[in-house]
Design a protein around this ligand. Sequence first.
Ligand code: GRF
Length: 200
Amino acid sequence: MINIAVLASGRGTNLQAIINAVQEGKIDGTIKIVISDNEKAYALKRARDNRINTMVFPYKSYKNKENYEDQIINCLKNNYIDLVVLAGYMRLLGSKIINNYRYRIINIHPALLPSFPGLNAQKQALEYGVKISGCTVHFVDEGIDTGPIILQHAVEVKQTDNEETLSDRILKYEHQLLPRAIQLFAKKRITIEKNIAHIT
Ligand code: GRF
């Protein structure tokens, strides 16, 4: 059983998918803590409704980035966290956290990386005119959405799509992909070789 921390800044539908998967026995792990930088995040309510501990670290209330990161690292260590899951966490993690948790932090991104990293991935995909997009779960490194890819799922982009319809279609698959990746991690089925993730 692994100890999981979920970091979320917003509505938390991916957090909900993880909560559901844990409750259904599809993940060999426990969500020990939900961390947010935004005290108003609906994700926090979802956590509390499921009696999961929460912590809020509002970035602006810390002296500097290092101080901010130290607080998060302390929280992760105090909870004996094995895996950190970024589920709509809108802040870039600094190198200190990444170094402490190398290949133990995963992120869900609403595009087929390495295409369309960063913000508004679905809008980027529509503006480029790709016919297939999707979602990616990857390990987090120092770059923006650049770490080793664990799982991807392709989603058709329809001619009639707008940002909302495409985002909704991709989101359904995010909710499947992220719990699956967590379970692969829990089962120690992900190995890294030359910075490439392999599923065994
Ligand atoms: C998702 O689209 C995720 O891919 C992106 O942020 C969004 C978070 O949605 N990183 P939610 O808060 O999980 O509903």
